[in-house]
Structure formats: C-alpha cells, structure tokens
Design a protein around this ligand. Structure first.
Ligand code: URA
Length: 196
C-alpha cells in the first residue's frame, strides 16, 4: 500500500505482475481528479487506450464522455476513471480471473487514496469484480449498493451501448440517478455549478 499518489503511479507503471505486461504498448493507470468523489471503473484497455495510455479514448469513450457531460461530469474535472486491469488483453479478450486478481491491488490502492463516495462500474466484468460476482447487469443497473460507507452502482458498458443503441435511454437514466445521488451526498463534485 502506497500513501502517496505519485509513488503509487510510478511503481504501477513498471508493473510486470502478469503476462499482459509483455504485450502492452502502454499501461493505462487512470485519468481524472484523484480528489474526486465519484470514480468510474471499466474493464480494461482496448486498442486505442493501449496506444494512448488513457482509459476510454475510443468510440466507447467518446460516448461515455457525452453521457457524462449531460450530467455535468468531466474526466478532467470532477471524476476519476480507471479499469479492473491496467494492460490490454490481446485481441480485446476478457481479462482472465488471475489477471484481474494480480492487477486489482493497484486499483484498491487507488481507491484507498481517492476515497470516493460513489463508484460506478462500467459493464459486467467490472460490476462482477466490484459489486458481486453474480450481478445481472440488465436487471440491476442503476441500483445503488452500499459497502463500508461507499455507494456502488453498475451501468451498461459504453461499447455495449454502441452495439445496442436502443439501450441508451435506459443507461442515461442511470446517469440521472447518479446525478441525483451526487447532489444528495457529495460536497464538491458540482462546486462549479454553485458558483454560477
Ligand atoms: N473499455 C474499458 O472497459 N475500458 C477502457 O478503458 C476502454 C474500453
């Protein structure tokens, strides 16, 4: 456990804990404000993310940014975004359980330092690892679960919404529920809005 964000990041960037290290172009540590009250967690980097070293920068990421903007969330201001695994699985296969287990310590350390009030899991793999292994995302998205004082919510993965655009309105509802919850329990996420 690192107490210092920069030390954590420096050490993580050289990670060789699993075989994904061998095929990565860039490790994707995360992006956003480490003082955020709201954290988003995806599955793992895809091709674009591997090339650029930043999470959610492909087509799915562009959709994510648009949906976030509707509820005044912005990766460069008031949220933090990371993934369950920090390196791209070859051909975008699902990260294996052992890869998830070897990597999750980094995410746990990030989460301990950020101390988010709300964690949003993007997609089934993230929700299964963080909320509960048997989560049914189609039925249980948008529901807040509480664990040790942190609220956890799953929503549909942006890439799944690109494949099934008819699910976009249901997913957007999750973001509206998130906005309501932020207004209820967060203290500085929407500070900008207070100053208008
Ligand atoms: N999909 C994810 O789950 N995470 C990313 O960073 C990109 C695509």
């Amino acid at each position: 456990m690192y107490d210092n964000w920069e030390e954590l990041k420096n050490c993580c960037m050289g990670c060789q804990r699993c075989e994904l290290a061998q095929t990565r172009k860039n490790l994707v540590f995360g992006v956003g404000n480490p003082n955020a009250e709201v954290m988003f967690i995806g599955e793992g980097p895809g091709e674009q993310e591997d090339l650029r070293g930043e999470p959610f920068v492909g087509r799915g990421g562009q959709l994510l940014d648009k949906m976030l903007a509707v509820v005044d969330l912005d990766r460069n201001k008031n949220i933090y975004i990371a993934n369950i695994v920090k390196c791209r699985p070859p051909k975008n296969r699902d990260p294996r359980p052992e890869e998830q287990e070897q990597c999750i310590g980094w995410l746990r350390n990030q989460t301990k330092l950020i101390r988010p009030k709300i964690i949003v899991c993007l997609g089934r793999i993230s929700a299964a690892k963080i909320i509960k292994p048997d989560i049914k995302i189609t039925k249980e998205h948008g529901i807040f679960f509480e664990r040790n004082g942190t609220l956890l919510m799953a929503t549909l993965h942006p890439a799944a919404l690109l494949r099934n655009p008819s699910n976009k309105p249901a997913a957007m509802e999750d973001y509206f529920r998130l906005r309501d919850k932020i207004k209820e329990i967060c203290t500085h996420t929407y500070d900008d809005q207070l100053n208008i």
